[in-house]
Design a binder for this molecule. Structure first.
Ligand SMILES: [Zn+2]
Ligand SMILES: [Zn+2]
Length: 283
């Protein structure tokens, strides 16, 4: 028994007592020196930041690289899941349309910030969510008011039957006039460009200022500042354009089409010069 212990002790003492040394991998950034080799401006520390001055790592470069990729993939997955969760919370609170409103609310730093917070953190607090819901509700009220106002404007828009005027415009265009226009009194009618948002509309100017448009359906939408009498004047012109030209010619002495001064008595009586009368099919 005692012998056994003695033998064990001898064995133990015979065994080399060197510690098991962990494998070390030199740092590539500093070549294993632990010191940064380049020039640093505004930086007093001279150690290598990659290995924090140790000069080595306990894991291989490949292992460290793999671990970093794994960390990044995990972070990316977290970002994606937060984004999904944040958008899901917003969709539940606002609906698809409300979410679309929030995503297009670039006019508001406040709402844009809340959207980004929801996406970043995966959810908004109750208070924050309430703010967004409140904003969307207000927006819907504004939209409803705007639509109602538009519907009312549409319902109340005076109707101008432009059949005769349009026939004149068609003739003028078929005779090569690119931008035909008609002037009667203070009003000037021209066609909206065919490739524009108002294609098919007739523009109305009053004393040189834009006063509104007449749609293809014949509804006159005046701008706020337009004179109240314009609709009535347009109706008069549309009913009998040739008579309106006559009045214009007699009052102003200028052509209803090109605005040139009329010298000929017959032209003044017509309100249209001979060349324009030809182009507009009024001979
Ligand atoms: Zn280093
Ligand atoms: Zn003319």
């Amino acid at each position: 028994m005692f012998d056994d212990i003695e033998t064990s002790l001898e064995d133990f003492l015979a065994t080399p007592t060197t510690q098991v040394k962990r494998e070390q991998f030199p740092c590539h950034a500093c070549g294993g020196t632990g010191k940064y080799n380049g020039v640093r401006i505004h930086q007093e520390k001279s150690q290598c930041f990659a290995c924090n001055g140790r000069g080595h790592f306990f894991t291989s470069y490949a292992d460290r690289k793999a671990a970093k990729a794994k960390r990044q993939a995990k972070a990316e997955a977290k970002r994606a899941s937060n984004r999904e969760a944040g958008l899901a919370q917003l969709t539940e609170a606002l609906g698809e349309q409300g979410l679309a409103w929030l995503q297009n609310a670039s006019w508001s730093e406040f709402y844009t910030d809340l959207l980004h917070k929801a996406i970043q953190y995966g959810s908004l607090s109750e208070k924050q969510l309430a703010c967004v819901v409140n904003g969307w509700e207000k927006q819907q009220v504004r939209d409803a008011e705007r639509n109602a106002a538009r519907a009312a404007r549409e319902a109340n828009a005076p109707v101008i039957d432009l059949t005769k005027i349009n026939n004149l415009f068609d003739t003028a265009k078929s005779n090569g006039l690119k931008k035909p226009r008609l002037v009667c009194g203070s009003l000037r009618l021209s066609l909206a460009p065919l490739n524009g948002a108002n294609a098919g509309c007739t523009y109305v100017k009053d004393q040189g200022e834009y006063a509104g448009k007449i749609t293809a359906e014949g509804k006159f939408f005046a701008v706020r500042t337009a004179r109240a009498e314009i609709a009535g004047e347009l109706q008069e012109i549309a009913k009998d354009p040739l008579n309106a030209f006559k009045v214009h010619g007699q009052v102003t002495g200028s052509c209803s089409c090109c605005g040139r001064e009329l010298t000929n008595k017959d032209s003044i009586a017509l309100g249209i010069g001979p060349i324009c009368a030809d182009k507009w099919g009024l001979v």
